[in-house]
Design a binder for this molecule. Structure first.
Ligand code: TGC
Ligand code: FAD
Length: 387
């Protein structure tokens, strides 16, 4: 049976026809093309490359990018809804799309010169080039400002040295948007596959996001031409990209939550114990109501933030609110769904453990739950917990 959706407050009424068209075409694609293959990829620890041309055809890459570069020029809400449907399939797919859209195409479109824009944006939009985003280092995760990767000015460009870790798509990427310090200040560079001294080994042994490639990036005196430097200085460069991606995640995880919720409703209505469906037990109903309530609240808050972003009237703290709230909500939905499915909840026949394991990463990346708590704590009190 194809996905029915959860729309307690008739939020569909608030979306434009174009937004619903994008949402529904990605929804159908996920039902038909992703659901049949994703569990095997997850168990095998492989990324489903075979669907990337179809994702490009659907317009998933460059949803917000200008049409002259091959993008769709759509708004934030359309982007969020597409991420919701992809993550209903698997967080690995949404990760792939988040990185390509928000962490690679966004900084290139916003901060790169015309040579780099013309060279890379059309290829990234049609899926013939894949990008990655290198901010995190082995010893600097929540505190990227402490990074030790550095670039030294030389004739015609820069020499890049250092290492990044936990980089989505790193091994398969044609380019990386890599952040490094120049004279103590964070700068962004476009690093291209094949540049001498650049390697990107895959990280193995993950119990989460198994249908996604995660890599190290290693730079050993990599020469980066001047034209590959982004026109932005300071931590606000990478943080502005994260604002875009965190919004997509906030919508994305709602998709995962909707999927485990729907499975829980169906399962509880068909599973008979003590002579009746378990859906008839008050404790099970309470769990379903919790999920439905929290998903609906997350839908409303993401809808509002999307519209605020479209009108330019948002603050990064609004994004921290939805990233923090949606991720915790979705992870808790997955835990509850696992419980409702009993022993069956651990089988790959149901989309429960995969989402639960994926959401553990999603709660951590792009700013951990606690980092977003502290950003909001500072907003309330005016006192920074980081200084
Ligand atoms: P702080 O002093 O607060 O800020 C430094 C400068 O940045 C500005 N700023 C922002 N600018 C744009 N957007 C935002 N969201 C911004 N937040 C802050 C700020 O105004 C300031 O500007 P200026 O001009 O005055 O210099 O910086 P801090 O060093 O105290 O750090 C704050 C903190 C801890 C919140 C920040 O470092 C942080 O967010 N840490 C979390 C790190 C993180 O999110 N890493 C993500 C790595 S990428 C990833 O996980 C991809 S997963 C992809 C996938 O597979 O989907
Ligand atoms: P740490 O920063 O070491 O945090 C450990 C714990 O300490 C957390 O609970 C944290 O909340 C807490 N903590 C830290 N500082 C404070 C504080 N001041 N107050 C209170 N508590 C604190 N990064 C990229 O750059 N690009 C990518 O593409 C990318 N993809 C990823 C894919 C996956 C699958 C994963 C798991 C991670 C990815 N990351 C990526 C890295 C991710 O952004 C970091 O893991 C994240 O920012 C947290 O950093 P850390 O793991 O070093 O944890």
């Amino acid at each position: 049976m194809s996905f029915q959706g959860l729309d307690f407050f008739n939020i569909d009424e608030l979306f434009t026809e174009d937004e619903l068209l994008i949402r529904n075409s990605v929804r159908e694609f996920v039902d038909n093309e992703v659901m049949p293959i994703i569990e095997k990829h997850y168990l095998d620890g492989t990324f489903p490359y075979e669907i990337t041309p179809k994702l490009a055809e659907l317009g998933i890459f460059g949803i917000k990018t200008a049409e002259k570069y091959g993008g769709a020029g759509a708004g934030y809400t359309a982007y969020g809804l597409a991420m919701q449907e992809l993550e209903r399939g698997d967080s690995g797919l949404r990760s792939f799309a988040s990185v390509q859209n928000s962490l690679v195409m966004y900084p290139i479109e916003t901060y790169a010169n015309d040579i780099i824009k013309d060279k890379w944006l059309p290829k990234l939009a049609n899926g013939t080039a894949i990008g990655c985003f290198g901010l995190t280092e082995p010893d600097h995760g929540s505190n990227p400002n402490g990074m030790i990767t550095n670039a030294k000015k030389v004739d015609g460009g820069y020499l890049l040295n250092g290492a990044k870790m936990w980089i989505t798509n790193g091994t398969i990427a044609d380019i990386g948007v890599v952040w490094a310090k120049v004279d103590g200040k964070v700068n962004g560079f476009i690093v291209e596959k094949g540049m001498k001294g650049f390697t990107a080994p895959e990280m193995k042994g993950k119990h989460s996001l198994r249908a996604s490639i995660t890599s190290e990036l290693i730079f050993d005196d990599v020469f980066i031409p001047e034209e590959n430097r982004l026109n932005i200085e300071g931590l606000r460069g990478p943080l502005s990209c994260l604002t875009q991606a965190r919004f997509g995640i906030s919508y994305g995880v709602i998709g995962a939550a909707m999927q485990v919720y729907e499975s829980s409703v169906n399962y509880s209505k068909s599973r008979i114990q003590f002579g009746r469906p378990i859906a008839g037990f008050q404790l099970v109903q309470q769990k379903l109501v919790w999920m439905m309530t929290e998903i609906s609240k997350a839908q409303l808050s993401c809808y509002r933030v999307g519209r605020m972003m479209e009108s330019g009237k948002f603050r990064p703290q609004h994004i921290s609110f939805v990233k923090r709230n949606s991720c915790e909500m979705a992870l808790e939905c997955a835990h509850i769904a696992r419980d409702i499915h009993g022993a069956n909840g651990i089988l790959s026949e149901y989309p429960i453990m995969r989402h639960a394991a994926n959401l553990e990463s999603v709660k951590t990346y792009e700013g951990t739950h606690d980092i977003h708590t502290l950003i909001l704590g500072q907003d309330i009190t005016g006192i920074s917990a980081f200084e």
